[in-house]
Write a protein that binds this ligand. Structure first.
Ligand code: HEM
Ligand SMILES: *[C@@H]1O[C@H](CO)[C@@H](O)[C@H](O)[C@H]1NC(C)=O
Ligand SMILES: *[C@@H]1O[C@H](CO)[C@@H](O)[C@H](O)[C@H]1NC(C)=O
Length: 478
């Protein structure tokens, strides 16, 4: 059985390799154009093996920095996931891509992602992206988020009280993941029932595994399970959407309740409501984008705070002052969040060293030249924080954890880019900031902790996570 599967796999890969090789030779103008330096490697496979293995070894940025050293600090070509890529490097490359969105380049996602999210295809068109952009800020901008701060605060407290208090040892990463996921379910679609959330979480796990697997669609492959899980979640979301529509019509709830109500009551220029299926897909995307990234940052923050007692003490001092200024049981408000300056600098430094996303993809909309090289239409482009975040030119002594880098005017423009930039910059940035800070506030006020595995590695899958889930020994902090 396994043998049959393996040989099928091999045959498929060979077949794909040949067809893509032919395709590329025929249609892509490699010859004649003055392409950036770099190696395209094997057909289809290209340099994918190196790209992913560096992530598993714990230094995903090495793929970029090695090639910057070898070819050019500005730009190089490579081939990944069966596509030709040009990596733009440094603050100038980042700035160029961020400011030419929808002019020279547009957002692009790997095929595996498109298969699982049929609508990500649409959101990568200019029109769809603009529509989504108009819609999201309504819910994700600071003014709207202030409304939800209280719920965030209560949910965080409740989570720490039920799942952390009175425990001697906790496994940080899985717990934080379940926390960020329940919070997203609560704030986006008002689902609170723990069983319901747990069922959802199970399918999301299968889905997330599918996205990062090889895009081979046979029954039984992780990719195939991922597509199926996405269908199940979409069906479940459609049911929730239908019920909510009914409740809204019967005036049982206010339209500002959560992002779902927000989407259901919004109309576009011609006065039409969004289609139910589109809403389901958008919510699916938000639930995915909205919890794996923040749980990675919170977990890395817990790791650094365990390793660096001075930084922990400084965060505790700031958060104690805020806690002391409040009545017992009084919820955190916007003013409190604004006071968490040092804590946010710590989170920023965490995201410099361990960004949840290494970078993102674009596609060239037309032929153009950059840094003296031709970028052919249709080629894929990659920008990444890797080319600047650990570069001593922009961050002296880059491996050193130093939150003071973010004091004053902070890093030079386009050198610090964990959320991207330009029109495609992460719309969840403010939401992420609130969630991370509210969690930090409570966790330091309630506990001190030490790592159980002193040299536990981080793996990048591709989102960074501790290899063993970051088990820590907790002590109450009175
Ligand atoms: C610390 C946490 C987070 C980080 C570091 C992060 C980072 C990013 C990055 C680098 C991109 C790609 C930008 C590009 O293509 O240039 C992105 C896109 C996106 N993020 Fe986040 N993100 C985080 C949290 C969130 C949260 C909490 C949400 C939802 C509430 C979210 C929703 C999205 C969406 C919908 C997109 C796609 C936007 C588009 O294509 O126009 N993210 N994020
Ligand atoms: C949190 O604690 C509750 C109550 O003990 C338990 O049912 C739940 O499974 C825990 N959650 C996680 C993610 O461990
Ligand atoms: C408004 O939304 C409807 C339904 O989704 C769509 O068919 C129509 O093209 C949209 N109109 C504009 C102007 O965006």
């Amino acid at each position: 059985m396994e043998l049959l599967f393996l040989s099928l796999l091999l045959l498929t890969i060979l077949f794909l390799a040949f067809s893509v090789h032919f395709f590329t030779l025929k249609y892509k103008r490699i010859n004649g154009a003055h392409l950036p330096p770099g190696r395209l490697g094997w057909p289809v496979i290209g340099e994918s093996v190196e790209f992913f293995s560096m992530g598993r070894k714990g230094s995903p940025e090495k793929f970029i920095t090695d090639r910057m050293n070898k070819y050019s600090t500005e730009i190089f070509k490579t081939s990944l996931l069966g596509e030709y890529f040009i990596a733009f490097c440094g603050p100038i490359g980042n700035k160029f891509l961020f400011s030419n969105e929808n002019k020279l380049v547009a957002s692009w996602w790997p095929r595996s992602v498109e298969k699982i999210f049929p609508s990500s295809l649409q959101t990568s068109t200019i029109e769809e992206s603009k529509k989504l952009r108009k819609l999201l800020p309504g819910f994700l901008k600071p003014e709207a988020l202030q409304q939800y701060l209280g719920i965030m605060d209560l949910t965080t407290r409740r989570h720490l009280e039920t799942n952390w208090t009175n425990k001697e040892v906790v496994m940080v990463y899985p717990l934080v993941k379940s926390y960020t996921f329940s919070l997203a379910c609560r704030l986006f679609i008002s689902i609170e029932d723990p069983d319901h959330v747990a069922t959802f979480a199970k399918y999301f796990h299968v889905l997330a595994t599918g996205i990062i697997s090889m895009a081979i669609n046979f029954p039984g492959t992780p990719f195939n399970s991922g597509i199926k899980a996405a269908e199940i979640i979409r069906e479940a979301l459609l049911k929730i959407i239908k019920k909510r529509k009914k409740d809204l019509l019967e005036n049982m709830i206010s339209p500002t309740q959560d992002i779902l109500s927000h989407m259901l009551t919004m109309t576009n220029e011609s006065g039409q409501f969004m289609k139910e299926m589109d809403i389901a897909d958008k919510i699916l995307g938000l639930l995915i984008g909205g919890h794996d990234t923040t749980s990675s940052v919170i977990t890395s923050t817990m790791k650094y705070l365990a390793e660096l007692p001075k930084v922990y003490d400084e965060v505790l001092k700031e958060q104690r002052e805020i806690a002391a200024s409040k009545e017992p049981g009084e919820l955190l408000n916007w003013e409190d969040i604004k006071k968490m300056k040092y804590s946010w600098n710590v989170a920023c430094e965490v995201m410099r060293l361990v960004p949840p996303l290494q970078g993102a993809f674009r596609e060239a909309l037309i032929d153009f030249t950059y840094a003296g090289f031709s970028i052919p239409k249709g080629w894929k482009i990659y920008w990444s924080g890797s080319s600047t975040h650990k570069n001593p030119k922009y961050f002296p002594d880059p491996e050193q954890f130093d939150p003071s880098r973010f004091e004053g005017t902070g890093p030079a423009p386009y050198t610090y880019v964990p959320f991207g930039g330009g029109p495609r910059m992460c719309p969840g940035k403010e939401y992420a900031r609130l969630e991370i800070l509210v969690f930090m506030h409570h966790v330091v006020n309630m506990f001190k902790w030490e790592k159980i595995i002193p040299d536990e590695k981080m793996i990048f899958n591709p989102i960074p996570e501790p290899a063993k889930g970051l088990p820590v020994r907790l002590k109450p902090n009175h």
